[in-house]
Design a protein around this ligand. Structure first.
Ligand SMILES: [Zn+2]
Length: 69
């Protein structure tokens, strides 16, 4: 499972791949729930990419906090 960087919902990589709902950005392939999300990402990849990177950083911090206790 991975996350749609546009709407934030969980996406099955294999399903997304089979429907060609993928786009490459920043050296990584992103997966999307729908063509609409894919198109939105392709139109403005930096915005969504940065938003997701911030999310990932927060998520990691959250987990580190848990491990530390
Ligand atoms: Zn989506």
């Amino acid at each position: 499972m991975t996350r749609d960087p546009v709407c934030g919902m969980d996406v099955d990589e294999r399903e997304a791949k089979s429907k060609a709902l993928t786009a490459e950005f920043g050296g990584q392939v992103r997966f999307f729930c729908s063509a609409e999300c894919r198109d939105r990402f392709v139109a403005e990849p930096t915005r969504h990419w940065q938003a997701q990177q911030a999310d990932v950083a927060q998520y990691k911090q959250h987990h580190q906090r848990h491990r530390g206790t």
